[in-house]
Design a protein around this ligand. Structure first.
Ligand SMILES: Nc1ncnc2c1ncn2[C@@H]1O[C@H](COP(=O)(O)OP(=O)(O)OP(=O)(O)O)[C@@H](O)[C@H]1O
Length: 489
């Protein structure tokens, strides 16, 4: 559809865009990324013919751009330039109507039903019908931006070139605009080339991305091939990390600041724990990076408070999450800083121990009830009964854990727990075989992210050895206490 071959161009004698080659297909959305001054706007201007090229070619439907008359070209390609202040003021409707000029014919061009439908449709798509008769210069920056996008859409050209279309827009309008444009690509096979400053939005919406660096193409490819730590850091000269989007396979970035937080390093110790008849509570001065399967605030996040709450053996509530949240709020625990778990075990029987090593230290907390013990390898054979009894394990580390270390810590802790059940000869009552856990166990791994860097946490590492030993010892002790309380031995 649109082919750019070895294109170079710029201003007067200053070459800005150098040897750019790419192709965009019908229905495809290509995002152009690059730092300030890398030549994105200049490239768009050379492609659209606003600036003369120095060398190379632009082809639309296999025909050289230079062979199109300006009106023919406007029927093929609509351009949204960067938003600037405007000398003249028109109404919103008149501004959008200007987009229809390539479709007018004859000396006294008349306004057709098609023109009217295109203008009304574009206003609707951008949600600006209510401003139809307002003067453009009295609208906010974001409202004006939507008017100019509507003008480009009203042009009904199969190719759309956009220079930072989300400029000035709030998040709801960014989403509305990009949803609209993407729908044009998907349903009307429109070809879209758009400049973005927001790498995350570009990755989320575009099929492919072109990353510019000093007027040249650094890389072109699908978002996962372009939004890579090393490439983005090299071109933008800023530290970033990449992370997955929660719903789509489109990588996202997070800026990593170089300035230090204004907080002194604080070691976690057993002193951070408090145990009552109702709760085991851990509270730290600073948030810890946390990974858990808790009832409240599961998954990854930064939290300051961990709560293991004792509920009675008959606790059976449809929406345990809402009830638990209410419970925590009533006791003054912040909704955004607290991880909450439940247990039917006496909280006073919690085993809490500290293990020191060269890397820092690990503090383990275990509450263990085994009335609900399960042999996971045979769980498929038997119907799980609604019994109570859960093993909750917390592993809190003074150190900076890598992502994989969090997962390895969970593996190591799970293996140590299973070993403790075997040592204590805890059996699945339904199968009579040694249990591997209970059917509702929870785990939490948290790290201060200060001090020594800990890339791995399997049993080959020192931290892994401490986790293995600690979880094993604490779980054995917690099970023995549980058995005594139940009068089993
Ligand atoms: N009209 C002009 N005359 C001369 N040089 C210009 C002109 N417009 C831009 N330039 C120069 O061309 C280079 C690239 O500018 P361009 O606007 O294409 O970059 P960009 O990647 O779009 O930047 P930004 O992200 O800041 O919008 C810059 O060094 C700029 O100074």
């Amino acid at each position: 559809m649109l082919k750019v071959e070895k294109l170079s161009g710029g201003y007067d004698r200053q070459l800005i865009v150098k040897n750019v080659t790419f192709q965009v297909e019908k229905g495809e959305m290509l995002g152009i990324l690059g730092p300030n001054g890398s030549g994105k706007s200049t490239l768009l201007k050379v492609i659209s013919g606003i600036l003369h090229k120095e060398s190379g070619d632009v082809l639309i439907d296999g025909k050289l751009l230079t062979t199109y008359s300006s009106k023919e070209l406007a029927k093929k390609m609509a351009v949204l330039p960067q938003l600037h202040s405007h000398a003249f003021s028109h109404t919103v409707r008149d501004t959008i109507a200007l987009g229809r000029y390539p479709h007018q014919s004859g000396l006294f061009s008349s306004w057709s039903d098609e023109d009217e439908a295109a203008v009304v449709g574009a206003m609707k798509q951008m949600g600006i019908e209510k401003y139809e008769h307002h003067m453009l210069d009295l609208l906010s920056g974001g409202e004006q931006q939507r008017v100019f996008v509507a003008q480009a859409l009203a042009q009904q050209a199969p190719i759309l070139l956009l220079d930072e279309p989300t400029n000035h827009l709030d998040i709801a309008h960014q989403k509305q605009l990009l949803d609209t444009i993407k729908t044009q690509a998907n349903e009307n096979a429109m070809t879209i080339i758009s400049i973005f400053h927001d790498i995350n939005l570009a990755s989320l919406y575009c099929d492919r991305l072109l990353l510019m660096d000093q007027g040249e193409v650094k890389v072109i490819g699908e978002p996962h091939e372009v939004v890579m730590k090393e490439k983005i850091e090299t071109v933008y000269k800023a530290r970033i990390s990449t992370n997955p989007h929660p719903e789509r396979p489109k990588p996202q970035i997070t800026i990593l600041p170089d300035i230090k937080e204004r907080c002194e390093e604080k070691l976690i110790t057993i002193e951070n724990f408090q145990v009552t008849d109702e709760l085991v509570v851990f509270q730290a001065e600073h948030q810890l990076k946390t990974w858990s399967s808790a009832v409240i605030n599961a998954g990854t996040g930064w939290y300051r408070t961990f709560v293991n709450r004792r509920v009675d053996a008959f606790y059976n509530i449809d929406n345990a999450q809402t009830e638990m949240q209410q419970f925590l709020t009533n006791r003054g625990y912040s909704e955004t800083e607290t991880v909450g778990m439940m247990t039917a075990v006496y909280t006073k029987d919690a085993v809490i121990k500290q293990y020191d090593g060269d890397f820092g230290s690990v503090i383990i907390m275990v509450t263990a009830g085994v009335g609900n013990a399960v042999d996971v390898a045979k769980a498929y054979e038997v119907e799980a009964l609604p019994a109570i009894g859960t093993i909750n394990t917390w592993i809190i580390i003074n150190g900076e854990l890598a992502e994989e270390a969090f997962i390895q810590a969970v593996i190591t802790a799970t293996e140590a727990k299973t070993k403790a059940l075997a040592y204590e000869q805890v059996k699945d009552p339904r199968t009579g075989t040694i249990a591997t856990g209970t059917s509702t166990d929870s785990v939490l791994v948290a790290a201060t992210q200060q001090g020594a860097y800990i890339p791995y946490a399997g049993p080959i590492t020192e931290v892994g050895k401490k986790i293995g030993l600690g979880v094993y010892e604490c779980t054995v002790e917690a099970i023995q206490t549980y058995k005594k309380a139940k009068g089993w031995e």
